[in-house]
Write a new protein. Structure first.
Length: 289
């Protein structure tokens, strides 16, 4: 019965994700991003060179990398060698929309300080307290989405209660859907939590952790004068409107705190993941088999 339920749940989840992936770009796209405004022609009208706002590019891609970085939304315990889990995460990412880099990057120059992201999270338990996972994330009202994977190892789980469980995780995700940006987020995370049984009916696990995110970003080739059909010109009338932001790597420290409640095969949870730049607040619904 359990494999049949798992198969049905997985098919339903994948169908929902496919629908989301199609529906999201068709919406108002009020959260779509452009970085063309981060390059300004100089002198104005001639575009002999392009002045780059590298600091704003760095801050924007840092925020995007943290928004799309795959969140665990679970305690430190793993699934066991035969375990499988599917989880739906609804995330609200909070950014400082009053910053110039968010205002100018938003296609409508009307950035929202709270953005809604949905994540599908699949996990498979392995021997030796190991676990593999995969993610699919979309940003609503945008063409941006991300795919990612993770590996997790529990150093201690359930053997010396009330000693807290402890696990480490490594992950990577890539943002897709933009013709101007390349953003990849890799990271490492350590989480500790203490499962608490409640009347042989439920298991409540408060947990805390530390996350180190590495955001790697670059731009593709961008034209500062997209309405000018002429190619770049060199000579007496120089016109070089094309520009690119080189590869950049940023380290960001994040705190993690959460609460997870397990009822039979069903679990619900809340997690907050925060840094000075971006705060992610997530509600989760999952099923473990």
């Amino acid at each position: 019965m359990a494999p049949r339920i798992a198969s049905t749940t997985l098919r339903t989840a994948l169908a929902a994700v496919a629908l989301c992936a199609v529906a999201a770009p068709a919406s108002a796209a009020s959260n779509d991003i452009t970085i063309r405004r981060f390059g300004t022609c100089a002198p104005a009208g001639a575009c002999e060179t392009v002045d780059l706002r590298t600091d704003d590019f760095s801050k924007l891609t840092r925020d995007l990398g943290l928004m799309f970085g795959p969140t665990l939304n679970s305690g430190a315990e793993t699934l066991g060698p035969a375990g499988f889990a599917i989880q739906f995460d609804q995330n609200i990412a909070v950014v400082d929309a009053n910053e110039d880099y968010w205002t100018d990057a938003n296609v409508d120059r009307d950035a929202s300080g709270t953005m809604l992201l949905s994540q599908l999270h699949l996990r498979k338990g392995l021997p030796l307290s190991l676990e593999l996972g995969g993610f699919f994330t979309i940003l609503w009202q945008s063409q941006l989405l991300a795919v990612g994977s993770e590996i997790r190892w529990a150093l201690h789980e359930d053997t010396l209660w009330p000693v807290p469980d402890l696990s480490v995780r490594g992950y990577v995700s890539t943002v897709l859907g933009s013709s101007e940006l390349n953003v990849t987020t890799a990271g490492a995370e350590i989480v500790t939590g203490l499962p608490i049984g409640v009347g042989n009916v439920a298991n409540i696990t408060p947990y805390v952790g530390y996350n180190l995110a590495v955001v790697i970003s670059a731009s593709r080739l961008i034209d500062a004068t997209p309405l000018d059909p002429r190619p770049p010109i060199t000579g007496t009338e120089t016109s070089q409107p094309e520009f690119v932001f080189p590869v950049e790597t940023q380290l960001v420290h994040q705190g993690v705190v959460g609460l997870r409640t397990q009822f039979a095969v069903t679990n619900v949870g809340f997690q907050a993941q925060f840094s000075p730049a971006v705060q992610n607040y997530t509600l989760s619904l999952g099923f473990e088999f």
